[in-house]
Design a protein around this ligand. Sequence first.
Ligand code: FAD
Length: 404
Amino acid sequence: MADDWRTMDIANPTEEHSMLRQMVRDFVRDEVENQALEHDRDEIFNAPLFRRLGEMGLLGITVPDEFGGGGMDATAVAIINEELSYSDPAFCLAYLAHDQLMVNNLAQNGSEEQKSKILPKVCSGEWIGCMAMSEPDYGTDVLGMQTRASLRDDGNWVINGRKMWITNGSLDEEGTPADIVWLYARTGTDERGRAEISTFLVERGTEGFSVGQKITDKLGMRASNTAELVFEDCVVPAENLVGEPGESMIHMMRNLELERLGLAAMALGISRRCLSAMNDYASERQAFGTEIRNFGQIQRHLGESWSEYRAMRSYVYDTARQIELAESGNRLDSDGVKLFGTTAAKNIADRAIQVMGGYGYVGEYVVERLWRDAKLLEIGGGTLEGHQKNIARDLSANSEAIEG
Ligand SMILES: Cc1cc2nc3c(=O)[nH]c(=O)nc-3n(C[C@H](O)[C@H](O)[C@H](O)COP(=O)(O)OP(=O)(O)OC[C@H]3O[C@@H](n4cnc5c(N)ncnc54)[C@H](O)[C@@H]3O)c2cc1C
């Protein structure tokens, strides 16, 4: 027992975690790597490959077994995201939107009826889901959202508004909407004048729900679909309200930490791949009669990238270890790890391009795509500025966190 803490690998703390990592790593090598470049170039979401994740039991990794999920924890989420992002961060973003933004949210906050009806479908891959919070005019300022749901006399809700930037919002080029949307909408104003936000489950085929546009020409994450969703007099039955009206802040808080950890784990996968690519290249490439790794400036790129990668790995898995899926309470570190990891990943990808010179600048050598994908992580799921704001606020309320 005394030696456990010395021998434990924080990124693979149990046999089950190690086996999960190996399974995903094999899948990525055999089936994800070879399709990534093409899907990025064509801006196509690989839905058939996504459904393979369902066959492997990965869509709903944190969902209890009884609903068809994997019954695992936040560390498992980090492992899967890291491994998928090693080859294809955009494919991983589609996975994150489904598994962490929608499915885990339902598993933590839905009623027994909602869970029994929907979780088996989203865990198997029969249905692909998304989470719709952002709007054309409101992102960070989430409580400003304008999408409204009004309660009708017959007990049903009528929803009107537009949601923007929704990953998996559209499943294909024809504008087929996601099978199920975890939707946030304004249902009133509380006694302090703040927006009361409620959560709804909206199924494809519900009248008044459609895709406004698939957003194209993104810098990165091009193999994940991003869409605008439109709700026009969309009637949602009473049983599709999650919890009570006004409870969305609880849902958001419970899910937020896993979302941010998931994005930081994507940054880790990008960093590992870029470091590996630049390290190999630094030995293979000769200039002025010697390997370029003998040049001090190349050594600086390698040295800084290694230390940032190692720091990120520890911070990601230490945060994952502490996350309780059904509770909130660790925003300081879920914001902190995303703030540190995403910019570090972008910088490591940038250095990989630099070390690889002209080859680093073209798609075949992968790192330029990872550099483009890494930039999204500084915006989605909370901007860098949002994390800085949260950390400053949380440290003011909890300065003991600094002393440990
Ligand atoms: C590819 C992609 C996928 C996405 N997927 C989803 C999804 O699946 N579901 C979803 O709901 N959303 C999604 N988003 C939206 C994403 O979460 C938002 O883009 C993000 O929250 C920022 O919101 P915004 O774009 O409206 O920028 P804004 O919030 O308008 O921010 C603009 C700038 O102002 C800064 N700023 C804002 N407020 C403050 C403040 N108080 N202090 C300091 N600076 C501030 C921001 O940091 C930023 O630099 C996605 C976005 C992209 C690009």
